[in-house]
Design a protein around this ligand. Structure first.
Ligand SMILES: [Zn+2]
Length: 351
């Protein structure tokens, strides 16, 4: 429920006060080129979306979800459109992105990587055709999607494989890095390796948690334990953890990491609006990140959906109606993601 009186509250001065400051030499690494963080300030940056996935990715995702649910005695997930052939069509997607750009999107982060079937050349094509900066993710996804030999690889070998990804493709962030359900031993190994690859490359990290926000604190524990500073991390999918008192969300903010509300722009928005407002009112507007994790074919405009800008066009009006000011909205959609993505490279940008 929405706390009464929220609309009348004056926000603590966190938002408009300071324009973000970036370290000297910091860049946002796009698939076509490195951008100065200020080049990306003209629009919102969506920090977790999907533009390139294997055609059968959602079919596998649905099958593994059904298996996990069955093991827990839960019903299978509701059927949803899962044919990803639209992610093989550069002209169609470029038109979708051009529309999103007109709706206020200034940059999109693709949360896929090789084990999800993400194709970097496809992202390059889209960025060029749509005139929109795109940041590619890197890493390994979750236990059911790991490459066959990952279980036998040592942590050191996984670190080297991650650095190799960054040295061979213009990866701009590690993400989405996930635990599928309760964290497995392999997933803990990957999280430690991701933390160490972050230290070697300086790329930030965003995560995927299983519903409802399972292992959120454990993910941050592991990353911090290997030396990652929390402000370089977004713990993702925490809109799924519906709790009006936002206990876990606040704990993550207090430690300095970002909380990802990253499946926005649809019927699941309603319980998330008061959670975002609660974090704002607790002074954590600078720790909240918004995105939509778009991957379903029925979400694109061509198929009658709201399109890639749905975080802005569908969710933000609800947040404004609940009392969020323009300054706070700018902070969450423009400044926080730039601050998160900007990094001083430690490795040379691959050709
Ligand atoms: Zn995702």
């Amino acid at each position: 429920m929405l706390a009464a009186g929220v609309a009348g509250i004056a926000f603590p001065v966190t938002a408009s006060a300071a324009a973000p400051a970036f370290p000297k030499g910091a860049v946002i690494r796009g698939v076509l080129k490195d951008y100065a963080p200020d080049d990306i300030g003209g629009g919102a940056t969506l920090f977790h979306e999907h533009l390139s996935l294997a055609r059968d990715f959602l079919m596998r995702f649905g099958r593994y979800t059904a298996d996990t649910n069955a093991a827990a005695g839960l019903p299978p997930p509701a059927a949803a459109p899962d044919d990803l052939s639209f992610m093989q069509d550069p002209d169609l997607l470029a038109a979708e992105l051009t529309a999103a750009r007109r709706e206020g999107v200034g940059c999109i982060v693709d949360g896929g990587h090789p084990d999800m079937g993400r194709n970097i050349n496809f992202l390059r094509q889209l960025s060029m055709k749509a005139g929109l900066p795109i940041v590619a993710g890197g890493g390994f996804y979750t236990q059911p999607f790991y490459p066959k030999d990952l279980g036998t690889m040592s942590e050191d070998q996984i670190v080297r494989a991650l650095i190799r990804q960054v040295e061979t493709e213009p990866v701009g962030v590690f993400g989405e890095i996930g635990s599928w359900d309760y964290m497995t031993a392999d997933e803990r190994k990957v999280f430690r390796a991701i933390g160490r690859a972050h230290l070697a490359t300086n790329l930030s990290i965003f995560t995927h948690t299983g519903i409802p926000g399972k292992a959120a604190l454990e993910q941050l524990d592991i990353l911090e334990d290997v030396g990652v500073k929390p402000e370089r991390v977004v713990i993702g999918h925490l809109g799924n953890l519906v709790d009006p008192t936002v206990q876990v969300h606040k704990a993550i903010c207090k430690r300095g990491a970002y909380v990802g509300f990253d499946r926005l722009g649809g019927p699941a928005d309603e319980p998330q609006v008061p959670m975002v407002m609660a974090l704002m009112n607790a002074g954590f507007a600078d720790r909240v990140m918004l995105s939509s994790d778009l991957s379903r074919p029925n979400a694109i405009k061509r198929n009658g959906g709201p399109g890639y800008a749905k975080t802005l066009t569908v969710f933000l009006p609800k947040l404004k109606a609940a009392g969020a000011t323009d300054d706070v909205i700018r902070q969450m959609t423009v400044d926080n993601p730039r601050q998160f993505l900007a990094f001083v490279p430690k490795t040379r940008r691959p050709a």
